[in-house]
Design a protein. Structure first.
Length: 234
């Protein structure tokens, strides 16, 4: 008989009523939930065990949720993270998404919507495991070990640079607009004035090697494309 492994979700939430509500709703949908009620325990669990999805409150006793997320991403842990918080201002959402959150929900919330968003993140997590290695013109990105190489030479990337490179590699040969990158890499689907895309593309180009043929090109007025041969694109 084939056994099916249930996805594991870490919930870091200090309100016990919210915890019980979420735990019951998610477990009915086939998700195993482990909950902790303070940031210090949340950080320990997030950094020491594998999870399919993590739900974080922003304001917690001890370490706050944003600090937990920053510690995760600094250690290269790319587990999908959903913030669930009362902090509903645009600056708060932008800060969470810029530091590597995959989604952001504001309390009070509708349980069916939260479950749907968790299921989206679970599918992304499954896709992450099923496509372990990406390779484009000598650049190899391993989604399990988080290693990046170009022609065998190691490249050390920050977490957001890693996500940006992954997006380029999954869409190699396709012109990607600035708006697409903001929405799909930084999850900013609301108007925002920022040069975050330009800054990260510049850094990524430098780390891929100035002595090697360029792979990420600017298409004036359109966006960016990853390709070894720009003549095939324009």
């Amino acid at each position: 008989m084939t056994s099916v492994t249930r996805p594991r979700l870490l919930l870091v939430e200090d309100d016990h009523v919210t915890t019980d509500y979420l735990q019951q709703g998610l477990e009915k949908c086939g998700v195993d939930v482990v909950s902790v009620a303070n940031g210090n325990d949340g950080s320990h669990y997030a950094l020491s065990q594998p999870w399919d999805v993590i739900i974080l409150d922003r304001m917690l006793p001890g370490l706050d949720g944003l600090s937990i997320l920053m510690r995760m991403r600094a250690q290269g842990i790319m587990t999908p993270v959903l913030f669930l918080t009362t902090m509903d201002g645009v600056p708060s959402r932008v800060a969470g998404l810029r530091h590597g959150a995959d989604d952001y929900m504001v309390k009070p919330f509708a349980l069916p919507e939260l479950v749907a968003r968790v299921q989206v993140l679970l599918r992304r997590s499954t896709s992450f495991r099923n496509t372990a290695i990406l390779n484009v013109d000598g650049v190899e990105l391993n989604l399990l070990t988080l290693a990046v190489t170009r022609n065998g030479e190691k490249i050390f990337l920050q977490p957001q640079e890693f996500k940006l490179l992954e997006y380029f590699m999954r869409n190699a040969g396709t012109i990607l607009s600035r708006q697409m990158l903001l929405k799909d890499v930084w999850h900013m689907d609301f108007p925002v004035r920022t040069n975050i895309v330009e800054t990260h593309v510049c850094r990524l180009r430098e780390k891929l090697g100035q002595d090697a043929p360029p792979l990420i090109h600017t298409i004036r007025g359109s966006g960016y494309v990853m390709s070894a041969n720009l003549n095939d694109i324009v």
